[in-house]
Design a protein around this ligand. Sequence first.
Ligand SMILES: NC(=O)c1ccc[n+]([C@@H]2O[C@H](COP(=O)([O-])OP(=O)(O)OC[C@H]3O[C@@H](n4cnc5c(N)ncnc54)[C@H](OP(=O)(O)O)[C@@H]3O)[C@@H](O)[C@H]2O)c1
Length: 267
Amino acid sequence: MAESLASTYGPWGVVAGGSDGVGAAFAHRLAAQGVNVVLVARRLPVLEASADEIRARHGVEVRTVPLDLSSPGAPAELEEATAGLEVGLFVYNAGSDDRSVPFLDKDLGTHLGLVRRNCTAVLEAAYRFGGPMVARKRGAVVLVTSGAAWAGGATLAAYGASKAFDLILAESLWAEWRGSGVDVLGLVLGRTDTPSLRRTEGAQGGSYGGTLADPDEVAAEALAHLSDGPTWICGSPTPTGGSPFGALSRRDAVLAMSRGATSHSGR
Ligand SMILES: NC(=O)c1ccc[n+]([C@@H]2O[C@H](COP(=O)([O-])OP(=O)(O)OC[C@H]3O[C@@H](n4cnc5c(N)ncnc54)[C@H](OP(=O)(O)O)[C@@H]3O)[C@@H](O)[C@H]2O)c1
């Protein structure tokens, strides 16, 4: 019989940004395999509703930690809130951009908040939760990133740069921790049907159309490939392949990304 996630990695999973969309789908999939989950998000009613649904459907223990991951100190608070739990899986999912606009059209404070949530807190969480996994010689870390990581592009400055940070961080940790029993996956997503995407596109004038990935399928695919890192490009015919920009010059890749970002959501 195939090993369950709980027996392979450990009894608890943390999903940072686990109350809706892809994060909630990860939490359901973990719970379905017997993993108790800790969900982190800001909006308490959405967080508690998601926790109740997971408890009712899967019968596992669910804890909620209401936190803003862009606040300095959030990963330390999360570590404290989970003290004593053997966290064998950590999914850092929170990370979308709620408005794709030119760099100078956003407050500096908004950019810095995104960088704290998408870079500083991701690194800190990987350190605080990955360290004990390496010491135990088992665990899995998933850092959710985006096709926006492949090249720079207009309206994507802070977001794309933060997602490139996550991609390189995941790949580097994979290289360091392979052989230690800890799997690391940089999960590259394309446009995915989440409440956050719908809010963003709604605020920017309606849906951009095109095919959207299903969050549950994304989570299932990622969990089936935890040991196929460093990078998994969800929904791609070559999910372990390189950048879709292939041999394009950096200049042409940036121009192509900019055209895509201004005609689509910049996710
Ligand atoms: N959806 C797409 O089309 C798409 C495409 C490419 C990549 N991605 C990547 O996929 C991941 C998930 O995207 P998503 O569309 O589901 O939207 P998201 O807003 O990144 O994730 C939603 C979850 O994160 C929580 N969250 C957001 N900001 C938070 C913060 N500052 N502190 C704590 N929790 C926070 C949300 O709850 P609260 O709002 O209540 O805090 C919710 O639980 C992101 O990393 C994104 O970059 C998404």
